[in-house]
Design a protein around this ligand. Sequence first.
Ligand code: ADP
Ligand code: ZN
Length: 440
Amino acid sequence: MTKYSMLSAPDFMPVDRLRAIQNRKFLGVFRRTYENVPWYRELLAKNNVDPNSIQSLADISKLPFIKKTDLRDTYPNGMLATAMDKIVRYHASSGTTGKPIVVPYTREDLDVWSECVSRCLTAYGLDESDVLQVGYGYGLFTGGLGLHDGGTRRGCTVIPISGGNTERHLMLIQDLQVTAVACTPSYFLHVIDLADKVGYDWKATKLRVGIFGAEPWTEEMRRFIEAKTGIRAYDIYGLTEISGPGVGGECSCRTGVHIFEDHFYPEIVDPDTLQPLPDGEMGELVFTTLDKTGMPIIRYRTRDITKLVAEPCPCGRTIRRIARISHRSDDMMIIRGVNVFPGQVESSLLAVDPGLVNYQIHLSKGADGLDVIEVRVELTREKFSELGDNTASLEKFRRQIAEKLKSTVGINFKTTLVEPDSMPRSQGKIKRIFDDRNQQ
Ligand code: ADP
Ligand code: ZN
């Protein structure tokens, strides 16, 4: 067996064998967590769950969920399931306000994590001959070190450039013959933007693969990135609570993100009733870490909305896929009774002009007390030089965008055009939604 197939073997195992492995590991992680985490014992007691009733993976639906707030409440070490001596690293999720969520990792946890990232890289067609430039932030954020360790394990030459210093990104891609970059899609837009300004020749580089994740992005965005640079752009998914990037990744078919089910058991539940949903139905993604020893987590509610795809993938991988994350449940906006997802806004803008990648969504209260949704769109330099002096043409273009948004989403958007280069660029995860409704 070659190194290539050994790395990927768990991706292709027969489903019944996979389920048997999941069953065995699940019982192990449940027992470990129950025995070592007093908080978890209390959680079961509060929910009247008899631990002896958990006899197989089929019993998982008897168990309560773990939420982000539980991790905040037990900050920093309340969910630790092992002695501190075994912990070799902490990471933290970015968190918006208050205490971050910190996650302790044992050596085994780091090992599983790098294995998964390495399996992603294999699926993207990368091997020892590749040079991987990691533009995710290094530090408490899992992006940088996650791709770094996975790239090293895959045998790639890793360039730990981190986020920022975009000139140097472009320079090293050229000088060090980089074949793959990994960063947030929004940061790569920034890289592309600078490349445009300085007349960078992507064709003169060896770059052929982009690994983008840590935030939502659309198919339209993928097409824009690929058309601009000539690379193939792949999705990578993950979250700190479960390990970091590489909980799943796309394969060359790019019809969803394969979840490394032998390590992370996925479920989809109805976000309101919390009842498990069958494969193919949209709902909230829930994970159980099957191997974690530092901070195992059972039935963690990710708040990411997607569906599980069980149909065989043409690539031959038997592990299930998730569809592109539709949205985070906290990112869904309800405007005048209509559900609005940021992805719909992005798709609409890029359908009008594929260069409209810099935009923000602002929510406020109108004079009538009702919600107003405004999309501010940054004009591309090309569009600006084409229309800049002509107020009537600008207004026509603005209307075209407003109409597209209305026809896609079904409500009126206040649509504002802003000048090229006037919006802040992203170094890591981009903030696109600004909700001022409670500050007025
Ligand atoms: P935070 O919750 O503070 O943002 P993380 O860095 O752990 O912390 O981010 C994980 C979240 O990022 C996921 O739950 C998901 O919402 C989002 N995410 C990660 N990868 C992707 C992806 N490929 N597509 C869409 N969303 C993603
Ligand atoms: Zn596949």
